[in-house]
Write a protein that binds this ligand. Structure first.
Ligand SMILES: *[C@@H]1O[C@H](CO)[C@@H](O)[C@H](O)[C@H]1NC(C)=O
Ligand SMILES: *[C@@H]1O[C@H](CO)[C@@H](O)[C@H](O)[C@H]1NC(C)=O
Ligand SMILES: *[C@@H]1O[C@H](CO)[C@@H](O)[C@H](O)[C@H]1NC(C)=O
Length: 459
């Protein structure tokens, strides 16, 4: 057995392909994993990691899907967090994850935008400043991966995003459709899924005070303070003062932290740092309190408090970097993440409701899911931006009855589902921001339904 492994390692190969100036280094291990860099612009290198599912079933009427997972932040690594902490085949202790979404689809993790995770730029000025720039880079990466691989083209692509990733997902969804229509990208877009997604920052900041007051985490004084800062943000957005709005958002987070005795922004039942995808203080000890709190989700996390072997930062800069072999020595995982956030500070508070509307009117399946206990992207705020859609089906959607969701033999209600035409909504109970971590069973069933996966139910 040992010998076999050594042999497999020896046939691991590495090469570079050049297509129109885009370089891509690929390493392959059997057929189950591939990873590499795509130079999406000169000196801007984007890292991707594709897992091909061992559970694949061939069914002519139902193609095997591929999920592109987009992490939030901006600046949080899908290759690290989404993969090892949420839905990938292995957890941060490199033990198999029972609830991996690989059971129902192939998984493509991308460190998006450039500068995130293992992705890097050789000059900070090459970091993206808008969601649209990120969408263009991501489309370039997909053209590079899909146009040269006929077997990949057979799988419809489902974009699934978490948190800030939702803003990337809707802009990328539109950019991908355009590239497909222009014949530049050989792919089928299956749908766009927005998990606890930062689609309308204004609606979220207005949801925080009332939600936290209703669940006793704020009193009236805290509520008033919170609402007055939300009003300030609203005015700044009207005046086009987007970077200022980001700074007020930072102020608002610290005010809520102070009045709530540090509620966890990712699960209001918890204190900061206690969530299952919990936070360490090491990486961002000196900056502004609120941003630290947020970027920490985003950059240096542990699976569970007290589980020291699960430190993702050491994992990604240690064993995984070694395994991947192609990460330049001077590129450290997460090293440019903070800059990714600040370069996007002028876009951070801009809504992307119009982009959701455009996807809906083009007939793309849009699925929204939200954890009941989330604060940062609270269900209350998500419902508020849904109400603002101009989509013609909205009223019928709102009038539909919800269907309760269960898992396996468990009698407890796990969530609710509602759907009209191409808009679908999952309310996931007893989960905060990290739905696949906190409700793995119902999340996997949801992913199966979204992707119309032919995978057997039995998992
Ligand atoms: C790493 O080093 C190379 C060679 O010195 C340099 O060209 C590149 O810009 C460096 N990359 C980073 C991310 O610092
Ligand atoms: C949208 O999803 C439904 C299943 O929920 C499916 O029947 C339909 O074909 C999908 N539409 C598109 C355009 O992919
Ligand atoms: C893992 O999945 C198997 C098969 O569905 C199930 O029998 C088992 O209980 C699961 N284990 C855990 C720890 O959830």
């Amino acid at each position: 057995m040992e010998k076999f492994h050594v042999l497999v390692l020896l046939v691991v190969f590495s090469f570079s392909l050049f297509h129109g100036g885009i370089a891509r280094a690929v390493k392959s291990q059997g057929e189950s994993e591939e990873w590499g860099y795509v130079q999406v612009r000169p000196k801007a290198h984007m890292f991707w990691w594709l897992f091909k599912s061992p559970y694949r079933v061939e069914q002519p009427s139902k193609p095997w899907p591929i999920i592109l997972w987009l992490q939030g932040g901006p600046g949080a690594s899908g290759v690290g967090i989404g993969n090892f902490e949420e839905i990938g085949p292995l957890d941060t202790n490199l033990k198999p994850r029972n609830s991996t979404w690989l059971k129902i689809a192939d998984l493509l993790f991308v460190d998006n935008p450039v500068g995130t995770g293992y992705s890097y730029v050789e000059d900070a000025e090459l970091l993206v400043k808008t969601d649209d720039e990120s969408a263009t880079d991501l489309t370039t990466l997909l053209m590079e991966l899909f146009n040269t691989d006929e077997s990949l083209q057979k799988s419809p692509l489902y974009i699934v995003a978490e948190s800030y990733g939702g803003k990337f997902a809707v802009t990328a969804g539109l950019s991908i459709l355009k590239a497909i229509e222009a014949g530049k990208l050989k792919q089928k877009l299956g749908g766009v899924t927005l998990g606890d997604s930062w689609i309308s920052p204004e609606d979220f900041v207005f949801s925080w005070g009332p939600l936290l007051k209703d669940v006793s985490r704020l009193d009236n004084n805290g509520l008033e303070k919170s609402n007055s800062l939300a009003e300030k943000i609203s005015q700044q957005l009207k005046d086009g003062e987007y970077t200022e709005a980001t700074n007020t958002w930072i102020q608002l987070e610290s005010v809520i932290g102070a009045y709530s005795n540090s509620v966890d922004f990712y699960n209001f039942l918890l204190d900061s740092g206690m969530s299952p995808v919990a936070l360490t203080t090491s990486a961002f000890s000196n900056g502004i309190f609120a941003v630290n709190r947020y970027s920490r989700y985003l950059s240096s996390l542990r699976v569970s408090p007290g589980n020291d072997d699960g430190d993702i930062d050491s994992l990604m800069n240690g064993a995984i970097k070694k395994k991947l072999k192609i990460i330049p020595a001077n590129v450290s995982w997460g090293g440019q993440s903070d800059s990714v956030f600040w370069y996007l500070a002028g876009d951070f508070m801009k809504p992307r409701i119009a982009e959701v509307d455009e996807l809906l009117s083009k007939g793309v399946n849009v699925t929204v899911y939200n954890g009941q206990l989330d604060v940062i992207c609270a269900t209350k705020g998500t419902e508020a931006w849904i109400d603002k859609l101009k989509w013609e089906g909205l009223q019928d959607f709102l009038n539909k009855e919800r269907i309760p969701l269960y898992c396996k033999d468990d009698q407890a209600t796990k969530g609710f589902f509602k759907s009209y035409k191409n808009l679908h909504f999952y309310w996931i109970l007893r989960a905060g921001h990290f739905v696949p971590v906190e409700q793995p069973c119902v999340a996997l069933n949801m992913a199966r339904a979204i992707t119309q996966s032919p995978a057997a139910e039995a998992s």
